[in-house]
Ligand binder design. Structure first.
Ligand SMILES: [Zn+2]
Length: 267
């Protein structure tokens, strides 16, 4: 299976554990995931893996360090949150002060919650820190939509997408279609595979969401920095999905909208 829709995040956790065990922890990470996912809890899991002296990578969940991380009172970990609707420059200034302080343990860890709400000024300030992160500092940006972050910030972070939505029949169907398209199957083969679901408007909407999620996951770099697919291609496919939505909204037939999409992704 070439697709990682990441729905249970177990693969993502494995990847992060491997990074820690192999001492390849970078200075900055972005964890992106939908609003209904507890991204802070996910970050805590990763941080425990980084700091736990008993079970590096996986974390024991019981030692005094793991317990401090869970209870939010570990001296070296600071959380920065939004003030009103956005993470303001003042929060980043506080981060820059804090990151200079020598950690009690191995490293300072800064977690910016809702980082995609950072003001332009805050992003500019953060960029300076990302360009020259002091010591072994680890900066984690939690985000719902990393497209709101400046490309200069994105390029300095290792990006992972967390996606914990349960698998639906449409997810499975979407996975098959995307995989077929990427492996060079022809338009008529995809039409055959999709069968009746092409004609059902409700199913078509769900298929579009699932396909978009899968493509977006493919656009995110793997832990080793390798991108399997060309980002331009993925963007083109995501655009085609948006066009299909517009067609559906304009009351065009689901079959027409979906066939146009399948044509676009097999070209
Ligand atoms: Zn532990």
């Amino acid at each position: 299976m070439i697709l990682d829709t990441g729905r249970e995040n177990s693969k993502l956790k494995d990847r992060l554990e491997r990074i820690v065990r192999e001492s390849r922890v970078s200075h900055a990470y972005i964890f992106e995931g939908p609003s209904n996912i507890d991204k802070e809890a996910f970050a805590r899991g990763f941080i425990k893996g980084v700091l736990c002296p008993k079970n590096l990578g996986e974390n024991c969940g019981e030692c005094s360090i793991c317990s401090k991380v869970d209870h939010g009172n570990h001296e070296d970990i600071t959380y920065f949150r939004k003030d009103g609707l956005s993470v303001k420059d003042a929060a980043i200034e506080a981060l820059q002060e804090k990151i200079k302080v020598r950690p009690v343990g191995e490293r300072n860890i800064m977690v910016i919650c809702d980082s995609d709400t950072m003001t332009a000024k805050a992003q500019n300030s953060l960029l300076k820190t990302l360009e020259e992160p002091p010591g072994d500092a680890l900066i984690i940006l939690l985000s719902e939509n990393m497209e709101n972050l400046a490309p200069t910030i994105l390029s300095r972070c290792v990006k992972f997408r967390i996606d914990a939505q349960p698998e639906t029949a449409e997810d499975e169907e979407a996975g098959k279609l995307v995989e077929m398209a990427l492996s060079g199957c022809r338009f008529h083969e995809l039409v055959h595979e999709a069968g009746d679901s092409l004609r059902d408007r409700a199913k078509a909407w769900m298929l579009l969401d699932s396909m978009e999620r899968i493509y977006r996951n493919l656009a995110v770099e793997k832990s080793d920095g390798v991108r399997t697919y060309k980002i331009e291609d993925i963007c083109r496919y995501v655009d085609s999905i948006e066009e299909a939505r517009v067609r559906l909204k304009r009351k065009m037939s689901a079959e027409y909208a979906m066939k146009e999409l399948l044509l676009a992704i097999t070209e």
